[in-house]
Design a protein around this ligand. Structure first.
Ligand SMILES: [Mg+2]
Length: 315
């Protein structure tokens, strides 16, 4: 099954949405109007064996990730979180102490981002753990940044560093990016609130830049040109490259779960750093081309062969 194809089908099957729907399917969050105010909503899952490995991960980090993974979508819209609800399918035999530690961690994480858990549901089954979290957010004075606003000539930026998110580092000790990352909510809202730095299009990097950037291009009707020598490759991605024998840029584009932001903005408007987080120019938005949403350029000027690298292209 191709995820992108399935999502396109779902988006197309909503041709006539009521006027109360202000952000339709196809973005990091949808939005509806409630009592005259815009409410943004996202739902995401953390499944044992897919997004975490319960056997090797402290339960506190699993609970935290169930919240922060969703908050990364809130950051992608430059929205402000308001509250969350959660549903858990616990495996039979999941102990009472484990369950308490899990929900305590979810509560603590949600509170720390001013997004209190206000309800939920628990069931048990004979499969592995699945946590489903829904988060509500509000614009609070800042118009949401959509995926559909990229324009030809825009610069493509990413926050932080990319790749190797499943590798546990010694410095800081025990840091594993996909579990320990900080959703870029404050950074996104700071950029979006200022007309001189406001992104035209934005997405958070959950599946990897190689898959997520084409989603901006798809929604904006443009194409991206990416330069591998500009990518902010993380130390973990270099480690991953040593182990895999593949170029580090492939890890930066394809490993996924960076939970950084990718956005486009007019040239010359962005600082190198916001609130201590580096902002790196990685490419340009160019006119739409048939058969491609993104080209990847190597330092010698040739195009990288991206076939079989694990991300999908739209024809
Ligand atoms: Mg997202």
């Amino acid at each position: 099954m191709r995820e992108l194809e399935l999502l396109s089908h779902i988006y197309r099957s909503n041709p006539t949405l009521p006027v109360g729907v202000t952000i339709p399917p196809g973005d990091d969050m949808g939005a509806v109007t409630l009592g005259g105010a815009s409410v943004l909503v996202t739902v995401d899952q953390v499944a044992d064996g897919v997004h975490v490995d319960l056997a090797s991960t402290p339960i506190e980090k699993v609970g935290r990730k169930a919240i922060t993974r969703n908050l990364s979508d809130v950051a992608a819209m430059a929205a402000k979180p308001v509250g969350a609800v959660a549903a858990a399918c616990l495996p039979k035999g999941f102990g009472q102490d484990m369950a308490k530690a899990l929900f305590d961690a979810m509560h603590a994480s949600a509170e720390s981002f001013n997004c209190p858990l206000i309800g939920g549901d628990i069931s048990m089954w004979d499969q592995r753990l699945i946590l489903t979290v829904t988060i509500f957010a509000e614009p609070d004075g800042i118009d949401p940044v959509l995926r559909s606003g990229a324009q030809v000539g825009d610069v493509i930026y990413v926050t932080g560093q990319l790749g190797g998110s499943i590798i546990t580092l010694d410095d800081p000790p025990g840091y594993t990016h996909h579990l320990d990352f900080t959703p870029r909510i404050d950074l996104a809202r700071k950029l979006a609130a200022d007309p001189t730095t406001r992104p035209r299009a934005m997405i958070d990097l959950s599946d990897g830049l190689g898959l997520d950037l084409p989603r901006i291009c798809e929604q904006s009707g443009v194409c991206a040109q990416l330069d591998t020598d500009r990518l902010p490759i993380s130390p973990a991605a270099h480690l991953a490259a040593q182990r895999s024998g593949q170029p580090a840029w492939q890890h930066a584009l394809g490993d996924g779960e960076d939970y950084e932001l990718c956005f486009t903005a007019p040239p010359g408007t962005l600082p190198d750093e916001v609130e201590g987080v580096p902002i790196t120019e990685v490419g340009r938005i160019v006119a739409q081309r048939p058969g491609s949403r993104m080209t990847v350029h190597l330092p010698d000027g040739t195009l990288a062969d991206t076939a079989g690298l694990g991300w999908e292209h739209l024809g």
